[in-house]
Design a protein around this ligand. Sequence first.
Ligand code: ARG
Length: 461
Amino acid sequence: MSNAMWGGRFAEGPDAVLEAINASIDFDRRFYAQDIRGSKAHVAMLAATGVVSQEDAAAIAEGLDQVLGEIESGRFTFSRALEDIHMNVESRLAEIVGPAAGRLHTARSRNDQVATDFRLFVRDALDALGLSLLRLQQALVEKAEKHAGDVMPGFTHLQSAQPVTFGHHLLAYVEMIGRDRGRLADARKRLNESPLGSAALAGTSFPIDREMTAKALGFDRPTANSLDAVADRDFALETLAAASICAGHLSRFAEEIVLWSTPQFGFIRLSDRFSTGSSIMPQKRNPDAAELVRGKTGRVVGALVGLLTVMKGLPLAYSKDMQEDKEGLFDALDTLDLCIAATAGMVTDMTPDVAAMRRAAGAGYATATDLADWLVRALGMPFREAHHVTGRVVAAAAERKVALEKLPLEVMQEIEPRITEEVFGVLGVRNSVRSRTSYGGTAPANVRRQAARWRRTLAKQ
Ligand code: ARG
């Protein structure tokens, strides 16, 4: 049997393999609500502009509501032979309403229809992701305030660098996620134009009102070029790019959680609720959720690269390749949402071992910079020279296998006779972080101020 929607030109139905490769209903059914919403806006406009009669429009709108009800209550039978969500809905509408249903597709094509549906879907998804990220920021800020003064090692090259506070470290992620939210909000702004009424590619000869449908669907305005409107998937790419950067942030944090929860680091403990055991090694407490947040980044970035590749050589306007825009995006956004929830869960769940962190903060001569700075301040030494002197002091401590503050003053004075007792004031990790008062620095007072600022900002959002 030839297709009910375009059978006029065809004598035979499609091969089974064509049907298998062509059908998108198994995944695009996910935006049935957006499809029906778009159709209702379209038919209301067709009635307002006199393109269809009020009676037909009312019957179509009622029929669409019935279809929505059937899908939502699980009574709808999706058919692969009907290819996609658009034709599944329209075909059922025809059963309910009769021939008048055929008027819905006036001045419209599946090309502007799918572009509209997809934008509506992505817009909702962006809003939901933004909210999940806000919750994660709140969880981080709460922990950061609690641990604003708890010292931990700060690393560069994963080697002890300078002491920082745990609160400061957590707030670094609050900043990153703030930018992620900014990128999502930015993508939403650019996305918010309505392709509906661009029809197949050239616009339509019917006297439609695109402002009206744009407004009804919450878009800021109609798109200005019909070719661009049906051929554009920038909004999906931008969303995936923002999602990929965000997934990268979560992955870095997940990696730190994995490191911190090893017995070797021992900086944090995840509760039983966020740890898994081993079937052979009874002692194990594995941070599987963190590992999966780290690992799932591949899927999100993969979806971005996949769609970039799909789009890159397509001539204007629509090509069926573009149907490949959906599955990757659905998966990427679901994945990211789950990763955000898992990260927020771990943040709330983790108990830092503040004593272990403080011990580790002093290891590796992490206050050597403080000593160099002291030589500059107290003795007026140029920093480069102070760096050299400090290097010799560190070498002397390393030779004796003691921490800097345990190195006898006489030994230091052999290297630099002007060093006094006063130097010990800067060699402890607490004093080190307390001295980092420059704007954005790790001093506990700064961290408290920044955490409070974030708490207030987030409460308003
Ligand atoms: N299922 C299609 C998609 O997702 C809808 C648009 C089909 N348009 C067409 N000209 N065949 O891209």
